[in-house]
Design a protein around this ligand. Structure first.
Ligand SMILES: [Zn+2]
Length: 295
């Protein structure tokens, strides 16, 4: 797919089809200011846009596959949710927010963050608020708080073009991510429903297919249903009761072991952990002698 122009908004198609570790970005050209949203699509494209003019950088959230080339814009003010700012101020907070504990894991990720994702600590940002409308000059933007994926995840609605930027509620067949320390299954579900209800004509997700020029329709429910499918698989697997290790080695989320092992084993474990916490809170399972059992 190629970059596409909608009025003053450019959909900038990402490398690797917008799949991790890249994304699709948006470039906004208002009369008053030009903005790049989520600068992780392609170093070459972003360097060109920088020459064309970028006044501000906005982020949907703090994840590395959305800040990969933020370093190109070090002189541009950064705008994002205050709730997602702490991990960008210090690599140790970044690693804490992913729940990385062992020195080996922290060392592995710190190196990747600096070498591949160009991580540099940032000392200040302007915080965007839910429901705030910003006039860029001939183009306005409504800020929509969509927590869950991360606590400060933001989506953006452009009324003139009836275009909705979904960020990482990306409607992929893998389903939503809510594996960080501060992610929330409940908030993820509420945010998917909030986005679905917005009357847009075009939808942009930060990854994979990216641009939808017709209502994604059943994709919305399919995406939300993956949460319940994961939960049902887990509940069936807890008959008889299992330890966390036994659950994780069944690959209920990813279906099978994937490479790089360090990355996917960790992801499987944190997503399963979120579901176990959620089911424990609801009183639908219990933990006895290190085993999880259905109630
Ligand atoms: Zn993300």
């Amino acid at each position: 797919m190629q970059d596409r122009q909608f009025g003053r908004i450019c959909f900038v198609y990402g490398e690797n089809g917008g799949k991790y570790p890249f994304n699709h970005s948006l470039y906004l050209k208002g009369d008053k200011a030009s903005v790049i949203i989520d600068p992780a699509c392609s170093q070459e494209k972003l360097a060109r846009l920088k020459d064309e003019g970028v006044d501000w950088v906005w982020l949907s959230h703090w994840h590395e596959d959305h800040i990969r080339y933020l370093n190109l814009f070090e002189n541009c003010p950064l705008w994002m949710s205050g709730r997602d700012f702490p991990p960008l101020t210090d690599i140790r907070i970044f690693l804490d927010w992913y729940g990385l504990e062992s020195p080996d894991q922290r060392g592995y990720w710190e190196k990747i963050m600096i070498e591949e994702f160009n991580y540099q600590p940032i000392s200040q940002a302007r915080f965007l608020a839910d429901n705030e409308t910003i006039d860029l000059g001939g183009l306005s933007v409504q800020i929509i708080a969509t927590p869950g994926h991360t606590p400060g995840h933001l989506s953006f609605f452009f009324p003139e073009e009836e275009l909705l930027f979904l960020g990482d509620y990306d409607l992929t067949s893998f389903g939503p991510w809510y594996g960080d320390v501060a992610s929330s299954i409940e908030e993820t579900i509420a945010s998917i429903r909030k986005l679905k209800a917005i009357p847009a004509r075009r939808w942009v997700a930060a990854h994979n297919s990216g641009l939808y020029e017709e209502n994604p329709g059943s994709l919305w429910d399919a995406y939300e249903n993956i949460v319940y499918e994961r939960e049902n698989k887990l509940l069936s697997f807890l008959e008889p009761p299992k330890t966390l290790g036994e659950i994780c080695s069944a690959w209920l989320i990813y279906g099978k072991p994937r490479e790089p092992k360090e990355f996917f084993e960790f992801n499987e474990k944190v997503l399963i952990g979120k579901h176990l916490d959620y089911l424990l809170r609801q009183g639908r399972i219990m933990k006895q002698d290190n085993r999880y059992a259905r109630v």
